[in-house]
Design a protein around this ligand. Structure first.
Ligand code: NAD
Ligand code: MG
Length: 377
């Protein structure tokens, strides 16, 4: 019996890469559900190729309906909880992926999670849903996949520290003054990864790495003091794990999401994959590591502060960032305004406990309102 896979966000960068990986693993997996929010034509081509039992398009996908009964956000939950689905690949961008992640975990599914915003805005709820429903969160994010690969089969008490790597994005060598006025095109020109627009901007501000620090905290249970970040422009080492005796393991490979996606499907097992580009240390050449320069990436420090504050502070951080990135991509605010907006929202937001979906959604909406005011004032 092959394993049933649902892909939420199948038309995106992660969704398309997941289908590429699955095309080489047809004897092990079958695609039983696909959902998307935009690009209905691509969704239809994917549906024709994979013939999933369920195809859903959220909010009509700019006016068009996909095959099947799905429409509205309920279709994400429907897709994620079907009996013919064993693994849900959540490749949705942003807060919209939350209910589907919770529902999948509560119905005992494995969630191969790319949608890190979900874990940042509601880490406690998501981990509780997994615990209560017998579901399992397996990271797709390359750094977290690297950590998981290094610690699998070991005692969690043996882990002393995680070091996540960051490419530093397109502005690593720029002056802070020049970065503040960077254009959308410049921000989207990521040096080592080809990704969706939102995460590309997040990589330029280093918000992505702050989100990943919070993601690592909830996935692996380490305190924030035990999660460090280092800038590594070549993106070959994806993470380091330091153990209590001082030994350090790292996972490496040329930058591609194919491997972490495949590993999230097969963990803790490994399967042969003919398509992945093999690593060659000579081609990789020299690997360099630098500290994070706080003045170049002000939003990174704001994210770490929100993480330590806890409760709904990470929810507000994520919401403010989503709003600001959207406005930046629409050409309505400067690049430098993204971090300024987040700072203003975190100053005004009163963090409370993130104990229920209602509390999280309320904090998320309040922070979005504050962010829209702050960004454009
Ligand atoms: P993307 O923009 O390329 O794709 C997003 C997908 O989600 C699309 O299919 C879109 O239709 C769907 N979507 C968007 N808004 C939605 C909504 N409101 N409701 C339902 N579906 C919606 O984004 P991406 O780069 O594939 O990133 C997806 C997630 O994976 C993000 O959380 C990102 O941080 C994470 N991630 C991406 C990469 C990468 O290489 N692209 C790597 C690591 C983590
Ligand atoms: Mg990552």
């Amino acid at each position: 019996m092959s394993v049933g896979v649902a892909i939420l966000g199948s038309t995106g960068s992660i969704g398309c890469t997941a289908l590429q990986v699955l095309a080489r693993q047809r004897d092990r997996f079958r695609v039983t559900a696909l959902t998307a929010h935009s690009n209905a034509a691509l969704l239809q081509r994917q549906a024709a190729e994979w013939k999933p039992a369920y195809v859903g398009i959220v909010n009509g996908g700019n006016g068009e309906e996909g095959r099947g009964k799905g429409s509205g956000t309920q279709c994400l939950v429907d897709a994620a909880t079907r009996p013919d689905v064993d693994i849900v690949v959540n490749g949705i961008v942003g807060a919209a992926g939350l209910e589907a992640t919770l529902a999948a975990l509560r119905s005992g599914k494995r969630v191969a999670l790319a949608n890190k915003e979900t874990l940042v805005m509601a880490g406690e709820l998501v981990t509780r849903a997994a615990w209560e429903g017998g579901g399992e969160i397996v990271p797709v994010d390359s750094e977290h996949s690297a950590v998981l690969q290094c610690i699998t089969g070991r005692q969690s008490a043996d882990v002393a520290r995680l070091i996540l790597t960051a490419s530093g994005g397109p502005f690593r060598t720029w002056s802070p003054a020049r970065v503040a006025d960077a254009t959308v095109d410049e921000a989207l020109r990521h040096p080592t990864w080809k990704m969706g627009k939102k995460i590309s901007v997040d990589s330029a501000t280093l918000v992505n790495k702050a989100l990943e620090v919070i993601e690592a905290h909830f996935l692996f249970g380490l305190p924030y003091a035990g999660i460090d970040v280092v800038v590594h422009p070549q993106s070959v080492v994806h993470a380091f794990v330091e153990f209590v005796d001082g030994s350090v393991l790292a996972q490496m490979g040329f930058p591609t999401m194919e491997l972490p996606i495949l590993y999230a499907l097969t963990h803790p097992a490994r399967v042969p994959d003919a398509g992945a580009r093999r690593f060659d240390p000579v081609v990789a050449g020299s690997l360099t590591f630098e500290p994070v320069h706080a003045e170049l990436y002000p939003a990174y420090g704001l994210g770490r502060a929100a993480a330590t504050a806890g409760g709904t502070a990470p929810t507000a951080f994520n919401a403010a960032n989503e709003v600001a990135v959207e406005l930046f991509l629409q050409g309505k605010i400067r690049f430098g305004r993204i971090a300024e907006t987040i700072a203003r929202v975190l100053e005004t937001h009163t963090a409370g406990p993130a104990e229920s979906l209602a509390a999280v959604r309320a904090a998320d909406s309040a922070a979005r309102r504050l962010a829209r005011e702050a960004a454009c004032s």
